[in-house]
Design a binder for this molecule. Sequence first.
Ligand SMILES: [Zn+2]
Length: 426
Amino acid sequence: MSTSTCYMQSEKCNIMAIVKDEMPVKGVVFRLDSDLPCEAKFLLEDFRLAVNNAVRAGLQARVTSRNVLVRIAYKGLRQQHPRMYSRHLASAFEVAGGVLKSYRRRVRKGGSCRISYVKRLMMKAENQAYKLDRKSGIIDLPIRAGCHVELRLIVSEYHRKYLDDTALSLGSLTLLPNRVIVAFRKDAPRLYFPESVLSLDTNERSLDGVFAKGNHVRSVKAEFTAIAMIQQWHHDRRKRFQRKKAHDRRISRRLCRREGTREHHRIEYRLHEIANSVISFAEDQRSAVVLEDLRGIRSKSSKELNRRLSIWPRRKLHQIIEYKAQWRGIPVVKVDPRNSSRTCPICGRIQDSRMGAEFVCECGWHLDRHINASINLLQTAISKGMAGGLRFNPGAFQHDVMMILYEPAMAARSEPNGTSGIVGVT
Ligand SMILES: [Zn+2]
């Protein structure tokens, strides 16, 4: 294999294609210093009722747009909740609009037709409907005319980071029975001009890719085998519940739901760790990140295969990476992954099958299949001018150097229920 040049040009750059103009928003969770005052508890109940009434009105009139919803249902809702602060009533419509939209999306996709009324106690206040003193961490929340409550937040060092940052403005406030979520908004940071590229192919158990900078192209890897194991473990447990509690669907369903929540929490925690290591690497190296666009990928028809290849963690990982990158001004490029795992980056031949761990081409090129795919993703990004005018020659690939972006051992959080040990065995 030739080890000729791989060079990058910092000429005209076309990374604008990927800039989102919306403000990045970060929700920060605060605990409350004391129990919610009575008035606030009543407000939570009222708000939930108002949202569900609005959902019902929206379903009857077959609308999902918030504005239309307000037009047709505001009067009725005002009569049902004569004393509610009008801004809260308006945000009830917004929450209802969200519920209706996701319901419509689900129905269109042929999914569950159950209407998701809001069951949990919650309320959302838009940024002008509450006051937060960022020094003391005290929220002043109006309930109705002449009635306000004060909520004292517990502020840690982590929270201080957001409260003291003057570049962040306050967004909406979500009030739950035992906690408060404050949205912090930030002007979308200017994307830096990439000096290198990190191209990642997303697989079931790892991100594999290449990091190209100057004359060097190296392979990189971020492994997350634990995630597939966690999925497997919880899947087995769900199967067991379904068998044991076959006589009581209600219990079985409740146990399974709880299992699913735990699974999500455990996986999401790890996904954040992985995304953090990828993002901080990219930031240090001033890299553009190239990812495949997973939108077109459908799950297979067979149920068993469906679960094994569950695309959710990978999509979620992309979401987290994109969002963290947006917050820090790191350019991210999404490219169509079609044929990326069967194409030879040297001669361009497309192979019929994609089996085997190694990609071998008639022209003599051979490489780990996942890494080969990431090279193709990188080339697609470059050919579309989306990687900041960088150029790249796969011949410069250095086989002997592998950089580890993330290793499972780095997620050193022991789980008190001992499940991590069991996961290791299965
Ligand atoms: Zn070839």
